[in-house]
Ligand binder design. Structure first.
Ligand SMILES: [Ca+2]
Length: 92
């Protein structure tokens, strides 16, 4: 995914603003119909397209989506995506 990551300066931790900007760009890439939310299908398609879904089962992908989807409406909204990206970076 994450072409946008490459644009970040990895020698220092990105600021929350930078993370939000990158996450927003990514979100727009995945949200191919510009509906403002990512469906499970869009997410799966994008991961497959980027070869990130290789070796991942449908169950694996569903688990990731459920993890991101805080309100469990089966769609990933921008704020949920940003929260998730922030969590990933904090975990490092
Ligand atoms: Ca949601």
């Amino acid at each position: 995914m994450f072409d946008a990551w490459a644009q970040l300066d990895h020698s220092k931790d990105p600021t929350p603003n930078e993370v939000e900007e990158v996450a927003t760009q990514l979100f727009k890439q995945i949200d191919s119909d510009e509906s403002g939310c990512i469906t499970a299908d869009e997410f799966r398609e994008k991961l497959t397209e980027l070869s990130l879904g290789e070796g991942m089962s449908t169950e694996d992908l569903s688990a990731i989506i459920q993890e991101i989807d805080e309100d469990n409406n089966n769609r990933i909204e921008l704020h949920e995506f940003i929260d998730y990206v922030m969590q990933i970076l904090d975990a490092k």
